[in-house]
Ligand binder design. Structure first.
Ligand code: ATP
Ligand code: MG
Ligand code: FE
Length: 341
């Protein structure tokens, strides 16, 4: 089947055409980075308005690039959450309008499911089950991905997400927005062993993450005045790498039968993190799968792909599908561990 995917949950607006044979026929993306940069972070009202302005033309461009018409698609898939609800609503309402006008079914996609399944697009042989480290702006989780809709959460962050830690650290080092790429660039000229920083939860029996204390430690080290920003950035990045690797190694013990170690989400664009996970997978005799950078950060191809799998499974949604600010992938884990953990 052929699916039109739409993404608008944060600060990228995107449209893509994807087939259930894992082919991306077209993908278009507009980032709003320059509009949010003066504010040092995403401003929800600005984001929603920018989505409204650009989304229709992105969809037209994607259809033209794929050389298909709306009448040729089998379903329209849009992110329905989690994310900034104003932005989510823009993409979802647009998808509903197109569905109504064309008579095509709507598929409401969980943005995290999009990230979780995105590595299948770049790795045709990737099969369930796999252990996924999902590291993005709002999430830091280890998921045992057993199949479509079957995500067993083995770990999550008890405070900040990994991407959030990069963004906050970039801000307090004056490196600008978005923080991840800025910290990575600054770290290239720094010494990763220069600044002693705590490694929260490393070695703990539960595989959870914690990054809030790390950010505070970077702030104290900065205010101490003894370190160069490049050394602070490099030491921070190395600490995140160590935490992610230690926690992922812990979760591998619970992920028996996994066919691969997989990383996804915007932070998976980081080269130091990719390198360390490559070594970890090799040490466990597992293939390592990391999508290309454009598939790691927000995009519509991953939404189209998740939509294709859902459509093929008969999982279509009504035009009353709600836009959700919160939408956990593994509700059972939320019940057991309580809100926020
Ligand atoms: P979520 O998917 O949890 O709703 P999001 O959609 O905002 O959040 P993504 O677009 O997947 O998140 O990822 C954005 C995050 O990735 C930002 O926090 C950004 O700083 C981080 N990031 C992007 N590139 C890099 C990099 N090279 N190194 C580290 N972090 C990075
Ligand atoms: Mg973004
Ligand atoms: Fe995302």
């Amino acid at each position: 089947s052929l699916i039109l995917g739409i993404e608008s949950s944060c600060d990228e607006t995107a449209a893509a055409l994807v087939t259930s044979e894992r082919r991306v026929l077209a993908h278009r993306l507009a980032t709003q980075e320059s509009e949010h940069r003066p504010f040092g972070g995403v401003v929800p009202e600005i984001a929603a308005r920018a989505h409204v302005e650009i989304l229709p033309s992105l969809i037209e461009e994607a259809l033209a690039e794929a050389k298909v018409r709306l009448a040729d698609v089998d379903a329209i898939a849009a992110t329905a959450g989690p994310g900034l609800v104003g932005g989510v609503m823009v993409g979802l309402v647009t998808a509903k309008g197109l569905a109504l006008a064309s008579g095509k079914p709507l598929v409401a996609v969980n943005h995290l499911e999009g990230h979780a399944l995105s590595p299948m697009l770049s790795e045709p042989d990737l099969a369930f089950p796999y252990l996924l480290l999902l590291v993005s702006g709002g999430h830091c989780q280890l998921l045992f991905v057993e199949g479509l809709g079957r995500y067993r959460r083995l770990a999550t962050t008890i405070d900040d997400a990994a991407g959030e830690a990069f963004d906050k650290t970039a801000k307090l080092l004056g490196l600008g927005y978005p923080g991840g790429p800025a910290v990575e660039r600054a770290a290239e000229a720094g010494d990763a062993n220069a600044v002693p920083l705590p490694r929260p939860l490393v070695g703990s029996p539960e595989p959870h993450f914690s990054f809030a204390g790390l950010k505070s430690a970077v702030l104290r080290a900065r205010d101490g005045g003894a370190y160069r920003p490049a050394d602070l950035a490099a030491s921070f990045q190395q600490t995140v790498v160590d935490c992610l690797v230690n926690r992922t190694a812990r979760a591998l013990r619970e992920a028996r039968g996994a066919t691969a170690l997989v990383v996804a989400g915007g932070v998976a664009a980081n080269k130091a993190i990719r390198g360390a996970l490559t070594d970890l997978a090799a040490a466990h005799d597992l293939p390592f799968v990391a999508p290309p950078l454009w598939l790691c950060t927000d995009n519509a191809a991953m939404i189209g792909w998740a939509g294709a799998l859902r459509f093929e499974a008969g999982l279509i949604d009504g035009l009353d599908a709600p836009a959700r600010a919160r939408w956990p992938l593994d509700p059972d884990a939320e019940k057991v561990r309580g809100a926020g953990v």
